[in-house]
Design a protein around this ligand. Structure first.
Ligand code: SF4
Length: 372
């Protein structure tokens, strides 16, 4: 089993909080698509014939590609890789790029999961984030997605916004849970280094973000998700039973994945590779030459396993650690976990260590204590 991620680096404009690699211009779109096709062909052996179960178009704004362009990429992937008959094919989309016809077209070519960047159903939040859509459009495009036949839909929301109080965040969630959409990705607003928002806050031109608002909204989020029968399966991800993102789960379960496009990362089970974050180099085929590669030591693999699995409801499997990495690692992990269990920062069942809802916001700190 394996996964393919495709990074589409174009956006219509740059959102103030954005930390992703994206360019607010589509001038190089044709050259990019040609380079992407070359990369698909040149890396056809990376997954060593493993069955591809998921394809994920992320970005950037993948919904800036036409249906025909996405179809051509999928055809090439099917021709070069061993894609299973019923793969999960996800496309990230922004409301301002969607129409009913476009969504119907996506369904027709086999895209079967949509991840829509709603972020908020309230205009004051959307303006703070400098999103291009408004609340009316946010609601409208979810209706279109359903009308176009999509059942597997995920919406992104952002919490901890200084423009939103507890009541507004609750109403955001009530709107979401009233829509009968099976998946929610809810992210705390983070101030990325060098983002426009970070600079605006530093200059006193935008409202600052308060840690206590993040914690307050997170508690509301966990409570409402549970009340609505959603599983909290990863720090930022909630779903109806059985509707988790198969693609993202592959990152947490150590499944090999191939990342295509500028800034995309790949993992073949023992080493990690990544393309440079430069569209110019990518279209000139220079990024593959300067592609970086890191062999993971067993200690690094242990750290990575701990960090990724602690973020999920599946937790750290001590039996797996013993079987796959050896007693040295499972015993070390148990030893390090002991004081954290006593402090109530970590929970344990027979073979698993995991974080409860309340502790998940602090996953990074707990993971550091368990690192090699
Ligand atoms: S749409 Fe997404 S990737 Fe593009 S600028 Fe906004 S946050 Fe960044």
């Amino acid at each position: 089993m394996s996964a393919i991620y495709i990074h589409i680096p174009f956006c219509l404009s740059k959102c103030a909080y954005c930390g992703f690699y994206s360019i607010p211009s589509q001038k190089k779109k044709s050259a990019f698509l040609e380079a992407l096709k070359r990369e698909i062909v040149s890396r056809k052996d990376y997954l060593r014939g493993e069955t591809v179960s998921t394809v994920y178009f992320g970005g950037g704004t993948p919904s800036l590609l036409s249906v025909e362009e996405i179809d051509a990429l999928l055809d090439l992937i099917r021709a070069q890789f061993n894609v299973e008959p019923d793969p999960e094919i996800t496309l990230e989309a922004n409301p301002d790029t969607l129409s009913l016809d476009y969504l119907k077209g996506l369904g027709y070519i086999g895209v079967n999961r949509l991840s829509i960047g709603i972020q908020s159903f309230f205009d004051n939040d959307l303006q703070y984030l400098s999103r291009r859509h408004d609340s009316r459009h946010a609601l409208e495009c979810v209706g279109w997605a359903k009308e176009a036949g999509f059942e597997n839909i995920s919406l992104d929301l952002i919490y901890g916004l200084p423009t939103s109080d507890a009541d507004q965040w609750s109403r955001n969630l009530d709107l979401f849970f009233g829509m009968d959409v099976p998946h929610l990705s809810a992210y705390a607003l983070t101030l990325e280094p060098n983002s426009i928002l970070t600079k605006q806050i530093e200059m006193g031109k935008a409202l600052p973000v308060a840690e206590e608002d993040v914690v307050r909204d997170y508690e509301i989020l966990c409570r409402k998700a549970a009340e609505n029968g959603f599983l909290h399966y990863e720090i930022s991800n909630f779903c109806k039973p059985g509707m988790h993102s198969r693609h993202n789960a592959s990152y947490w379960f150590g499944t090999p994945y191939l990342g295509l496009g500028p800034s995309a990362h790949s993992f073949d089970g023992v080493s990690r590779q990544w393309n440079g974050s430069s569209l110019e180099e990518y279209v000139e085929d220079r990024s593959q030459k300067s592609e970086e590669k890191e062999m993971l030591t067993l200690e690094q693999q242990y750290d990575e396993y701990v960090m990724l699995r602690l973020r999920t409801m599946w937790g750290i499997d001590l039996k797996y650690l013993k079987r796959e990495m050896g007693e040295r690692f499972s015993e070390y992990c148990e030893r390090q976990a002991q004081p954290l269990i006593v402090q109530g920062r970590l929970s344990r069942t027979r073979e698993f260590l995991y974080l409860t809802d309340e502790q998940m916001l602090f996953a990074d700190g707990v993971a550091e204590e368990l690192f090699w």
